[in-house]
Design a protein around this ligand. Structure first.
Ligand SMILES: NC(=O)C1=CN([C@@H]2O[C@H](COP(=O)(O)OP(=O)(O)OC[C@H]3O[C@@H](n4cnc5c(N)ncnc54)[C@H](O)[C@@H]3O)[C@@H](O)[C@H]2O)C=CC1
Ligand SMILES: O=C(O)[C@@H]1CCC=N1
Length: 261
């Protein structure tokens, strides 16, 4: 078995994984609609030209799964592991397409993968060998941290938290920019302040390694401005209720996407 990686779908996420891998190993990509592929990635015109690949990464939209499903049985040869990053597509649906006993991994990365700062949670089917698990770990670690889970049912919550999560932080920063403008700042100043605050806060959370609650306390002077702002966020549990609704809605959508149409 070669250590060739095959990408089926090479858009935002597939492209991020391919780009992270291409310097170190052979990466093939089948994506008839992609105008550009990352440097070093070989374009395949047809999946029949793929040959045996160590890892086959499925990175089309969940709605595009039915179009690629018929190709999976022939790609799931001995030694190959199929790694799906499609939201909501279950191991059961992957197995129905690839064949009983195929080595399958269902994983959920996030967009910071593009700069090696992602986090991916993954679940393996029983057929995945230790060697295949190591190959998938190496593939995903090219884009950031990897967390193996035992229970596939947890992936709906993972998708809702870390898969979709970057968008929630951006949306909150957008709201802060708007609020700053309403207090008289011009758009450029408000955007610069919010963006750099967001980046600085994230870096502090990474470098310090101290609990988030402690980082929050460091900002919050008793009787000061931050306490006044946080009191609004926390009134009647508002922020926790909002986060709960957001994650529940996204997890529900992840489950809906798993239903065959
Ligand atoms: N964007 C995100 O934040 C995340 C996305 N995902 C999952 O990753 C998958 C891909 O999402 P994105 O990269 O955001 O979408 P995208 O639209 O950027 O990429 C999908 C790619 O698949 C290609 N494609 C469509 N039909 C195809 C076919 N039949 N054969 C080969 N290629 C085909 C498209 O041309 C496109 O380049 C989705 O299933 C999504 O659930 C997972 C984690 C995070
Ligand atoms: O929005 C979505 O469905 C995908 C999955 C997680 C992030 N983006």
């Amino acid at each position: 078995m070669s250590d060739t990686i095959l990408m089926i779908g090479c858009g935002r996420m597939g492209g991020a994984i391919a780009q992270a891998l291409a310097p170190a190993c052979r990466v093939l990509a089948f994506d008839p609609h992609a105008d550009h592929l990352p440097a070093g990635v070989e374009r395949l015109e047809s999946l029949s030209g793929a040959g045996a690949c160590a890892v086959v990464v499925l990175a089309v939209k969940p709605q595009g799964f039915d179009a690629i499903a018929p190709a999976l049985a022939s790609l799931a040869g001995p030694g190959s592991v199929i790694l799906s990053i499609m939201a909501g597509i279950t191991l059961e649906r992957l197995s129905a397409a690839a064949g009983t006993g195929a080595a399958l991994v269902r994983a959920m990365p996030n967009t910071p993968a593009a700069i090696g700062c992602g986090i991916t949670a993954a679940v393996a089917s029983p057929a995945v060998t230790a060697r295949q698990r190591a190959a998938v770990t190496r593939t995903l670690e090219a884009t950031g941290q990897v967390l193996w889970l035992e229970d596939e049912g947890d992936l709906d919550a993972v998708t809702a938290l870390s898969g979709s999560g970057p968008a929630y932080f951006y949306r909150f920063a957008e709201a802060l920019i708007q609020a700053g403008m309403e207090r008289g700042l011009d758009a450029e100043t408000a955007t610069r302040l919010a963006r750099q605050t967001f980046i600085g806060a994230a870096r502090l959370a990474e470098v310090d390694g101290v609990p988030l609650v402690e980082l929050r306390r460091q900002v919050t002077s008793p009787g000061g401005t931050t306490a006044a702002g946080l009191a609004v966020m926390e009134a009647d549990g508002a922020i926790d209720a909002l986060a709960g609704q957001v994650v529940r809605a996204a997890a529900r959508r992840s489950r809906e996407l798993s239903q065959p149409r």
